[in-house]
Design a protein around this ligand. Structure first.
Ligand code: TXA
Ligand code: MG
Length: 314
């Protein structure tokens, strides 16, 4: 399959309308889209990125009115979150409407819904004229793509089109909050923090992976975000020395130089850069990546979550 590169949201949307699959930028990471109501196209999304069939997809919308195509009812919590955070890096999970094919939700009776705020994503989704399911546009298990080149590296020849945009501004996937029960539960951390959610719905709870909860977010079971190199987390200022074959990313310069280094000026920049840094390390054949730990406040919570998953993948 030849993958068309374009900067035109109109051209990219034509592929969706004719049953194709298209990678497009959002404010979080690049997504790999298909029309939610086209089961064949949705199947292609799973196939092209080798995604396990039990991991549900998020439906992306251009305007809040499209929620009615995906969910029959929007409860009070969800309504409040939508008002406060749409468009933006928040995914809400609601009971799905019968119209949504089960392949999109991996057999679940709920669906994740998100309205990106990134301009090019909005134009593209608007032109598609249908909600678009989109997982991150990487091969399963690889770091999420924050540049179109990273999408190309993983999926060239496997998808119909890449809508080329700039690097993504947040760099870490959306916060996912389950609104299907009385108490909203954060299933995945992102740049919308649990404190921000609690300001809107005070009962919002953090996900606990006990046995009862285990099926709530199938994605949490799968291996994620891992470069080929081994990822090692280090306390700030402790044992941050590198040497040959190692790379380092963090906020403070390490005592000993590594082969490849990125010193970020703040946690936002660290979060925005980390997935691309992992990919650069793989391109350079780095064996070990040292990552400085950060305080778990604000986006630091999501960054530490992704770093721990990458470190656990060895
Ligand atoms: O920022 C993002 O969310 C990006 C961009 C492209 O929007 N998308 C993304 O999709 O990260 P993906 O497929 O890589 O991650 C979706 C996560 C998975 O952990 C999945 O299990 C969870 O959301 N999820 C999706 N639908 C769900 C549902 N109905 N119930 C529980 N979890 C769900
Ligand atoms: Mg993903």
């Amino acid at each position: 399959m030849q993958t068309v590169l374009t900067t035109s949201p109109t051209e990219a949307a034509e592929f969706i309308k004719s049953g194709g699959i298209v990678a497009f930028p959002t404010e979080t990471v690049y997504g790999l889209g298909a029309s939610v109501f086209d089961e064949t196209a949705v199947a292609k999304v799973f196939e092209s990125k080798r995604r396990p069939a039990d991991n549900p997809l998020i439906a992306h919308i251009a305007v809040p009115a499209q929620i009615a195509e995906l969910a029959d009812e929007v409860n009070e919590h969800a309504r409040k979150f939508i008002e406060a955070f749409f468009p933006g890096p928040l995914t809400i999970v609601l009971p799905k409407s019968d119209r949504v094919p089960l392949i999109a939700t991996a057999g679940l009776d709920s669906i994740g819904i998100r309205m990106p705020r990134f301009g090019l994503a909005h134009q593209f989704l608007n032109e598609c004229d249908t909600p678009v399911v989109a997982p991150s546009a990487n091969l399963s298990g690889r770091p999420s793509p924050t540049t179109w080149e990273a999408v190309y590296e993983d999926l060239n020849g496997r998808i119909d089109c890449i809508l080329r945009g700039d690097g993504t501004e947040i760099g870490i996937e959306s916060t996912v909050v389950d609104c299907t029960s009385d108490v909203p539960i954060v299933l995945r951390s992102g740049s919308v923090s649990i404190d921000q959610l609690r300001n809107v719905v005070p009962t919002t709870a953090a996900y606990r992976s006990d046995k009862l909860n285990v099926v709530r977010s199938p994605g949490l079971r799968h291996q994620h975000y891992s470069p080929r190199a081994r990822v090692v987390l280090r306390e700030s200022g402790v044992g941050l020395s590198g040497g040959p074959g190692t790379a380092y990313i963090g906020l403070r310069a390490p005592a000993r130089t590594s082969e490849h280094e990125l010193i970020c000026s703040n946690v936002d920049e660290y979060a925005r850069s980390v997935f691309e840094f992992f990919r650069e390390c793989d391109r350079k054949g780095i064996k070990t990546i040292l990552c400085e730990k950060v305080d778990e406040i604000g986006i630091g919570v999501a960054l530490m979550d992704r770093l721990r998953r990458a470190a656990a993948a060895d």
